[in-house]
Write a protein that binds this ligand. Structure first.
Ligand code: SF4
Ligand code: SF4
Length: 359
C-alpha cells in the first residue's frame, strides 16, 4: 500500500472544488459526496478515525476514474487525489466493506486471471525467442480480440518478430478494487512469464497495463526486466523507419480522443497526431478538449465494471465534444469500448494504421 499523505488529503478536503468542472463523475452525478474534495473529506475522516467503513462510504470514495482531470486546475502540485483515494480504499476490505458490483470481477480475477471470466485466447503465440513481446491486456482479449489480430498483422507486415505470453491481468483492477494481495500475485505471475519469454521489449496498446508495468510493478518490487514501450510510440517508430507505409484510406475527417493515461501520465499527445499526419488524405479536427486537457471516456480504472450507468453517461458527454462528421480515433481499448456507438465509427489507432498500411 502506498503512503497516505494526510496533509495533502486535508488540503483537498478543505478546497472548494476548484477542479469541479473537470471531474467527470461530479459532472454526471451532481453529488457533492463524489466531488473531488467531497471524496477527500470522506478519505480524511476515514483516515482520522472519524468515520467507519461501510458499503456506502466505499462506493463514494471509489467514484474515481484515475483520469487526473482534477490536476488540470489543482493548486497543489504534489497532490494526486486518485492515489490518495486508492491508498485509502486499500483499508476497506480489512474493515469488512465490499464494493458489491465488482465481487464477481474479483472472483474471475482469482480464478481465471481476468476480470471478465475465462480467457478465450489463453495460449502463448508467436515466435519462440522473439525480441518483441506484445502484451494485449485483458480488455482487448475479452472484448475486442480483432484489435489484437490487427496489431499483430502490422508487426508481421513491418517484419517484426513477436511473441505473446499466456497473459494474466496486469493486476491494476485488483488494486483498484481493494485487493492488493491479489494485485501483487498477478504482477508476480506476469513478471515470471515475461522474464521467461526472453524478450527485450514489451509493447502494449493498453494504457492501464503500461502504467501498471512502469509505476506499480517497481513499487511492488516486480520491476520488469525489459523495456516497456507504449503502442503509439512503437508504431510511429515503425512508420518513420519505413517498415510500415501508409496509403490513403476510405476515411475522410477524423478526430483523435486522447486517453487520459497517455495524455496526462505518459505525456504522449504528439505521437498519435504524428501518425495521423503521416496517413495521406485524412482531415484532422480536434474535439473540444484535447491533448493534456482531454476528458475521460468513463472507462478509466475499470470504472465501467463498477458503475456502468455512470460510465455510459460520462462517455455520452465526451462524445458530444467531437465533430459529428468525424470518425473517432483513440489509442486505448477502454476508450474504444466506452465511446463506441452503433452509429458512430470509433477505431483504435492500430486499426487505423492497419487500414492505411495493410492495403
Ligand atoms: S483535487 Fe485540487 S483542485 Fe480539486 S478539490 Fe482537491 S485540492 Fe481542490
Ligand atoms: S481523477 Fe478524475 S474522477 Fe478522480 S477525482 Fe480526479 S477528476 Fe474526478
Amino acid at each position: 500500500m502506498g503512503e497516505i499523505n494526510m496533509e495533502e488529503q486535508l488540503n483537498c478536503a478543505l478546497c472548494p472544488n476548484i477542479c469541479r468542472c473537470e471531474c467527470p463523475v461530479l459532472q454526471v452525478s451532481g453529488r457533492e459526496a463524489v466531488a473531488p474534495s467531497g471524496k477527500a473529506r470522506l478519505a480524511a475522516m476515514l483516515n482520522r478515525g472519524q468515520l467507519e467503513w461501510d458499503e456506502q462510504v466505499l462506493e463514494a470514495v471509489s467514484n474515481c476514474l484515475f483520469c487526473r482531470g482534477c490536476t488540470i486546475h489543482c493548486p497543489f502540485d504534489e497532490l494526486s487525489l486518485c492515489d490518495e483515494l486508492l491508498n485509502t480504499r486499500l483499508q476497506a476490505r480489512a474493515a469488512g466493506a465490499r464494493l458489491s458490483p465488482v465481487d464477481p470481477c474479483l472472483s474471475n480475477l482469482k480464478k481465471y486471471g481476468s476480470p471478465y471470466g475465462q480467457k478465450t485466447e489463453s495460449a502463448a503465440a508467436g515466435e519462440e525467442g522473439a525480441a518483441v513481446l506484445y502484451f494485449a491486456g485483458c480488455t482487448s482479449r475479452a472484448n475486442h480480440p480483432a484489435a489484437i489480430e490487427t496489431a499483430l498483422s502490422l508487426l508481421d507486415r513491418a517484419g517484426v518478430s513477436w511473441r505473446m505470453i499466456d497473459e494474466d491481468c496486469c493486476g491494476f483492477p485488483a488494486e483498484v478494487w481493494g485487493d492488493e494481495e491479489l494485485a501483487r500475485q498477478l504482477a508476480a505471475e506476469n513478471r515470471r512469464k515475461i522474464a521467461e519469454s526472453g524478450a527485450s521489449t514489451l509493447v502494449t496498446n493498453c494504457p492501464e497495463c503500461w502504467l501498471t508495468f512502469t509505476e506499480r510493478y517497481p513499487a511492488w518490487e516486480e520491476e520488469l526486466p525489459l523495456e516497456v514501450i507504449d503502442g503509439p510510440t512503437y508504431f510511429l517508430q515503425l512508420m518513420k523507419e519505413g517498415c510500415l507505409e501508409p496509403r490513403q484510406t476510405d476515411l475522410g475527417k477524423v478526430s483523435y480522443h486522447d486517453p487520459c493515461i497517455w495524455a496526462r501520465s505518459a505525456r504522449k499527445t504528439a505521437e498519435p497526431r504524428e501518425i495521423l499526419s503521416m496517413i495521406p488524405g485524412l482531415s484532422i479536427e480536434e474535439p473540444q478538449a484535447y491533448g493534456e486537457l482531454t476528458r475521460c471516456c468513463g472507462g478509466g480504472s475499470m470504472f465501467q465494471l463498477a458503475f456502468p450507468e455512470k460510465a455510459a453517461a460520462i462517455a455520452d458527454r465526451r462524445l458530444a465534444e467531437f465533430p459529428a462528421d468525424a470518425a473517432i480515433i483513440t489509442a486505448c481499448p477502454f476508450c474504444r469500448e466506452g465511446l463506441y456507438r452503433e452509429n458512430r465509427p470509433v477505431l483504435e489507432l492500430v486499426e487505423l494504421i492497419a487500414r492505411a498500411c495493410n492495403r
